[in-house]
Design a protein around this ligand. Structure first.
Ligand code: GLN
Ligand code: ZN
Length: 765
């Protein structure tokens, strides 16, 4: 009998209950006890709803108040010292997560310290949009097992179910994810760390646990011999423990680590059989038949229905051979998909029929299990429905637009080329745009006031008509333009009041997208995102931004910069169709946004910014595949941007601090100006320009918009001086490091006034 399990389920709740409880707790509105109750309830609800699926193992340890890596730090007694301010474990935990725990009522005017401390660094979890808190290590690091949370949850689940499988992050991945705070070598901590893991496994055995899921996703990365050896040592050492280990890898193929993974002394191995489908046969052959082979057959990172018939047909022979030793699961934790499709009542019916969220993915798995273990007939009806849905999706003319497909086929290399090179363009643009040296600008958005939000909401709910909406938005554009003129900026923007989100706005106006009501996915802590669903060929039926830009331009003699989101960012922040290469989808978006760029140009907008905040997001885990990804991603940007005349100035903006390793690709986008985030690192990020002669103009963000503080003029001047040691000063722009939508006008105004003064000083020097 094939056995069924899953690697983790979303913990936020189908209505984001956890988010709201956390935020209330942090604000001091509910007690810790109330927060814990919500958590217990959410776990119980998840477990109860999974009961009926007939899984052989029930997963525990996938719940977290903030992040599972931070939970592991807590479990191992490795929270940074600075956060350990009281005996309250949860308070200390939140201090690492977000710099503070619950808001305390102040006892006196002089009382300022309510436990604030520096939050732990946060970074992206492999190739997902989930972020984890980076573990901290130094020479003094010691581990002490702190198992209470996990044991409590295990006991909760054991009351419901007997076959309980805890999930923990493996020791090698844990070390890999962390950072040394001194110049010690984190791998030297492994022997100590393993002792703690041994204690943990011993303890779990004493608590009637038979199997433990131990996640080592670094098996999907290129790791050097030291890390390979660490895996050997680890699983050799842990093989003495009285518990069976199911070693887990996800987010990609094993590649060079395949032999290693198959030969580690563990009781079972789980692989990603979606991204690594072609490795299944080889793993099945190499992994001895007395070991469990767990196959991740349902995609844990996207939202499309699985083709059950197809999956069943390749699983059947494996099942015949391995029987009980074949386990089935989603490819990864379901943390990366929304909770339940049944919450969606307004979703387009046809598209809805093609989708599966976490709840539905577990049902798919259950059906596959029944087909293998009972009979194909027992699930005939459900498999037929699945087949019809898969066929309807592949045939639907909602998805396939021949003229879009033709346009993609017709893409030629020159579509992405400007007429002349940057140096020649620069002369044309200087004469045409007549900007001062060190020109000042902003990144696009201005404060989203309550009024603006209320207007958009009223429009959405049909409480106001198109005309009233237009009027209100125009008022806000006018206000923005007046403010910018008063402040004395050189290149103005309309302020993006009409946009709720930089991807959603365009998705709603383009063909090929649908939007959900509740398809939230955790990004970090209590923050969730609701990506649009890109289901079909993308095209633009009408201009999307031209009227706003044109109106803004009509109010001023200064240049107004048109504002668009780039194709790679739209792609990377959506749930994307899986029935054609990402490259093709990206080309379609590129062609659509290109039309908008050309329309803006025609409408007299001489400067156009195309944001690529998420350019790096889908950079493959394996470096060997970077160049392929970058080639089509950069080409898509070039197609979007480079059809304009020489005098039209193209800007792009990226919030990523990590562009150093892809700087050549960024340069080849050939944007006339790129604005980037650098202020937080004191321009250190510009070091890359010492080795690499960046050819075009750059606006290194001179102040951090994430802080409400007013930036200091001298500091900004000094930062620009630092920049000018690496970049020719005639290529420098002066701007904040990101959009201003989350700030208030009374913060933005003094900040930009100072920024303009800084630019004036630079010019006079
Ligand atoms: N133009 C966008 C804004 O200013 C850019 C946002 C971003 O970089 N994330 O809001
Ligand atoms: Zn930004």
């Amino acid at each position: 009998m094939a056995k069924l399990h899953h690697l983790g389920f979303p913990r936020i709740g189908n209505k984001r209950q956890l988010k709201f409880a956390l935020e209330k707790f942090w604000a001091g509105d509910i007690t810790e006890q109330a927060l814990q109750q919500t958590a217990t309830q959410l776990r119980a609800d998840n477990w109860h709803s999974q009961q009926k699926l007939g899984f052989d193992f029930h997963t525990v340890g996938d719940f977290s108040f903030y992040d599972q890596v931070l939970d592991t730090s807590l479990l191992l007694g490795n929270l940074p010292q600075r956060a350990l301010q009281t005996d309250n474990q949860l308070d200390n935990y939140f201090r690492v997560a977000r710099g503070r725990s619950q808001k305390q009522p102040c006892c006196s005017a002089t009382h300022t310290n309510n436990g604030e401390t520096e939050a732990g660094e946060m970074t992206k979890w492999f190739n997902t949009n989930y972020h984890y808190i980076v573990p901290e290590f130094d020479r003094q690091t010691r581990f002490t097992l702190n198992p209470d949370n996990l044991l409590t949850q295990i006991k909760e689940l054991q009351r419901i179910n007997s076959q309980v499988k805890p999930v923990i992050i493996g020791p090698v991945t844990y070390l890999w994810l962390g950072k040394e705070k001194d110049n010690s070598d984190k791998l030297s901590l492994l022997p100590e760390l393993l002792k703690t893991y041994q204690q943990l496994l011993q303890l779990l055995a004493e608590n009637n646990i038979e199997w433990v899921q131990i996640d080592e996703p670094i098996l999907a990365l290129e790791i050097d011999i030291n890390w390979q050896n660490a895996l050997q040592t680890t699983y050799q050492t842990l093989s003495d423990s009285p518990i069976k280990l199911l070693l887990i890898t996800y987010f990609g193929e094993l590649k060079d680590n395949l032999d290693l993974a198959c030969n580690l002394p563990v009781a079972g191995l789980h692989i990603d059989a979606v991204n690594g489908l072609h490795e299944v046969a080889q793993v099945a052959q190499q992994l001895s038949t007395d070991k469990v082979l767990s196959l991740g057959v349902i995609n844990g990172c996207n939202i499309w229905k699985t083709d059950l018939n197809k999956t069943l047909s390749w699983l059947q022979p494996l099942h015949t051979k391995r029987q009980d030793n074949l386990w089935l699961a989603p490819s990864s934790s379901l943390l990366h998909v929304p909770v339940d499709l049944n919450s969606e009542h307004k979703l387009d019916h046809e598209v809805k029929n093609w989708l599966a969220f976490a709840t539905q993915k577990l049902e798919e798995l259950s059906l596959l299990g029944r087909a293998l273990n009972d009979s194909v007939e027992s699930v005939f009806e459900q498999f037929t429905e699945n087949k019809l849905a898969i066929e309807s999706r592949s045939r639907s003319n909602r998805i396939h637009n021949p003229s879009v497909q033709q346009a993609v086929t017709n893409i030629s290399a020159d579509l992405g080329n400007r007429k002349q090179g940057f140096d020649a363009r620069k002369v044309v643009q200087n004469n045409y745009l007549k900007l001062p040296s060190y020109p000042t600008t902003t990144i696009g958005s201005f404060p989203q006031t309550n009024e603006i939000r209320a207007t958009r909401k009223a429009k959405r709910l049909g409480q106001i008509g198109e005309q009233e909406y237009q009027q209100e938005m125009r008022k806000s554009i006018q206000f923005c333009i007046e403010q910018q003129q008063k402040i004395g900026l050189d290149v103005l923007v309309h302020g993006e009041a009409e946009r709720n989100d930089m991807v959603e706005y365009f998705g709603e106006l383009l063909e090929g997208f649908v939007f959900t009501q509740f398809a939230w996915v955790q990004s970090y802590g209590s923050r969730c995102v609701k990506p649009p669903v890109l289901f079909g060929d993308v095209s633009r039926s009408k201009a999307m931004t031209v009227e706003w830009a044109q109106y803004a331009q009509s109010l001023t003699d200064k240049k107004v910069k048109g504002m668009l989101t780039g194709p790679v960012t739209i792609l990377n922040w959506s749930f994307v169709r899986d029935d054609q290469p990402l490259k093709t989808t990206c080309q379609q978006i590129a062609l659509a946004i290109r039309e908008e760029v050309l329309d803006l140009e025609k409408a007299g907008i001489d400067i156009i910014q195309i944001d690529e905040a998420a350019l790096r997001e889908k950079l493959p885990l394996h470096r060997s595949k970077w160049s392929e990804y970058l080639a089509w991603a950069i080409e898509a940007f070039r197609i979007t941007a480079n059809g304009v005349e020489d005098q039209t100035q193209i800007h792009t903006h990226m919030c990523y601090s990590e562009f150093n390793d892809i700087i050549e690709s960024i340069a080849s986008m050939d944007a006339d100006v790129i604005t980037i985030e650098t202020s937080r690192s004191d321009m250190q990020l510009l070091d890359v320009f010492e080795a690499f002669n960046y050819p075009n103009a750059i606006g290194p963000g001179v102040y951090d918009i994430h802080s409400p503080n007013t930036p200091n003029i001298d500091q900004m001047v000094a930062l620009m001086h630092k920049a000018s040691t690496r970049i020719p000063s005639e290529h420098l722009w002066v701007n904040p490091d990101c959009g201003l939508k989350t700030r208030k006008w009374n913060e933005v105004e003094p900040a930009l006034i100072n920024m303009v003064k800084a630019a004036q000083q630079l010019r006079s020097q």
